[in-house]
Design a protein around this ligand. Structure first.
Ligand code: BTN
Length: 166
């Protein structure tokens, strides 16, 4: 067996020995979902709190989205395993809605990280009678977007121009 083949076999054997819990899930970084929305999560603090930025590609009104702040918390199971988390996004730069996401981080057998989330999107309505129609629910799956650090800021800058009111 050549040394290249030996190294490959050894690497595969080591990867196979790593249990799922050992394939760590890190929330920090740049993520993209199936709607092509992007979010950047900053470093997760020791107490689990984190912040970030979210750029949605879809909006209720079809209007131009602005990069919006997100705030969340991660819970790392004490017995190991993959963390659960929740975060909220305030869309107040272009909408009167708020979204709460909750989910879990996973790493598949090939080492691909994935955030599976369920969200509730709350719209402000004018009266209690309209409360029944004010909340939407859905699912988003995020995968990591590998991008050099210096390119993240331009990517998170909305493509649509500021519309200045007359
Ligand atoms: C609005 O249009 O009022 C705010 C934008 C809402 C975007 C939603 S949040 C859930 C879903 N996932 C996304 O990435 N975008 C949409």
């Amino acid at each position: 067996m050549g040394s290249g083949t030996f190294t490959l076999v050894l690497t595969l054997a080591l990867v196979a020995c790593v249990t799922p819990a050992e394939r760590k899930c890190q929330l920090s970084g740049l993520w993209r979902n199936e709607l092509d929305s992007l979010m950047e999560i900053s470093a997760v603090k020791d107490d689990g709190d984190f912040q970030g930025k979210y750029l949605t590609r879809v909006t209720l009104a079809g209007s131009c989205a602005r990069t919006s702040p997100l705030k969340g918390a991660q819970q790392q199971p004490s017995e190991g395993g993959w963390p659960t988390f929740a975060f909220t996004v305030r869309w107040d730069k272009f909408s009167n809605t708020t979204t709460a996401f909750t989910g879990q981080c996973f790493v598949d057998a090939a080492g691909k990280e994935m955030l599976t989330t369920t969200w509730l999107l709350r719209e402000a309505v004018g009266s209690l009678e309209e409360d029944w129609k004010a909340t939407r629910v859905g699912r988003n799956v995020f995968t990591r977007k590998h991008t050099p650090k210096e390119k993240i800021l331009p990517i998170l800058s909305p493509s649509c121009e500021d519309v200045s009111l007359p």
